[in-house]
Unconditional design. Structure first.
Length: 378
């Protein structure tokens, strides 16, 4: 008989943590573990989970930051109580908390319901020491997505810690010459052009302005190059940031740079690229790096945060010191001028992702964590 795992995620958008959770739920061995999802009402995650046959409960886990006094306590307790009721109603065997806000509700709910908690750490909590100590005490197991995400955790967490990378659907993300040609033609990029991209949220911590700087310096040495910025702002606060980026690109790169916005066809986008340049600051993991590697695309990125866990320097891509734009420009120029090296790195990246980060392989490792917790050894 399968055991029931209640996954808790509050997000209103599909970030990397949500995409990973969706893949995990899709690839769990249903003979062993039955997933149930508690998610925000009408969220993209809730809709996507329903589409793959995951039982979904839509609960409001309100933002507590900035709230004080009785109102905050009332909202917190309402969220906790709704989770406890769901655990008892569906006879869940454990709770898997996927985000920070979700954890503030899931940890006390697990304690009150008498079930173990698995804390999934997707971020680098360098300053949230109280939160990390609290979660370390209340969790039966701690799963971090990278060594960088694990590093700030207290000793209490490290005794229960397993590092498991995010999974990738290697059937969707793969080299595909036909798709590459089709999308390039659709978006006006010549088939023989060198296409260099940046993908992810468009927000200051992603440092997209550095990608545009790299593009401006690399473009003269690579006259056939074109540049894509793929993604959208996470919320309206960054509308001005996006407008500034678009204005800068128009002045320095003209029609050689395109802003594609959010895309539903990311496997096709990755297949169309020749190089992915990642300029984010202290990235906890970097899902787009794996997507590019799975598509056979070499990566140039800052050796910061969890990126060195994902990209093998000199083998699947080139890593440079954080913030060193000149070194990124040099790496892009070198790769841009050497199709053979790009091909070898792309093949190595694809092989690495298939061997270590495929969604089924990651699900098997997570199932081992669940078995350990349920056996009382967490």
């Amino acid at each position: 008989m399968s055991r029931r795992v209640l996954f808790v995620d509050h997000a209103d958008w599909m970030g990397g943590a949500e995409q990973n959770l969706l893949l995990l739920m899709a690839h769990l061995d249903r003979w062993r573990f039955e997933p149930i999802l508690a998610a925000a009402p009408a969220s993209p995650l809730a809709q996507a989970a329903k589409a793959i046959g995951v039982e979904t409960a839509q609960l409001r886990l309100e933002r507590l930051r900035g709230r004080r006094g009785p109102q905050a306590l009332r909202l917190w307790w309402q969220g906790i109580a709704s989770l406890v009721a769901l655990v008892r109603r569906r006879h869940a065997d454990m709770i898997h908390s996927n985000t920070q806000r979700a954890s503030l509700y899931a940890a006390p709910a697990a304690r009150l319901a008498g079930v173990p908690l698995v804390w999934h750490v997707h971020d680098i909590y360098a300053k949230e020491r109280l939160y990390c100590r609290w979660m370390s005490t209340w969790s039966a197991a701690v799963v971090a997505v990278s060594s960088a995400a694990a590093a700030p955790l207290p000793a209490g967490a490290r005794r229960k810690l397993v590092i498991i990378p995010n999974g990738i659907d290697t059937e969707r993300f793969r080299p595909d010459g036909g798709t590459r040609r089709r999308l390039r033609a659709e978006l006006g990029v010549p088939e023989d052009a060198l296409l260099i991209g940046n993908a992810g949220w468009i927000a200051p911590w992603k440092q997209v302005e550095l990608f545009l700087e790299v593009a401006a310096y690399a473009a003269p040495a690579l006259p056939e190059s074109r540049f894509w910025v793929v993604g959208d702002i996470p919320d309206a606060r960054y509308a001005g940031y996006l407008a500034d980026l678009q204005e800068r690109a128009a002045c320095t790169l003209g029609d050689r740079c395109q802003f594609l916005g959010a895309r539903e066809d990311m496997p096709a986008v990755m297949a169309a690229l020749d190089i992915l340049v990642h300029t984010a600051r202290v990235e906890p993991f970097g899902r787009v790096l794996m997507e590019a590697m799975a598509a056979g695309v070499p990566v140039v990125a800052f050796a910061d945060g969890g990126v060195p866990d994902v990209v093998r320097d000199g083998e699947t891509g080139i890593l440079v010191p954080p913030g060193d734009v000149a070194r990124v420009v040099q790496a892009v120029r070198e790769l841009g001028a050497d199709a053979g090296r790009r091909r070898r790195m792309g093949q190595a990246g694809r092989a690495h992702v298939e061997a270590h980060c495929s969604a089924p392989a990651v699900a098997r490792r997570m199932e081992e964590v669940y078995e350990t917790v349920l056996a009382g050894r967490g």
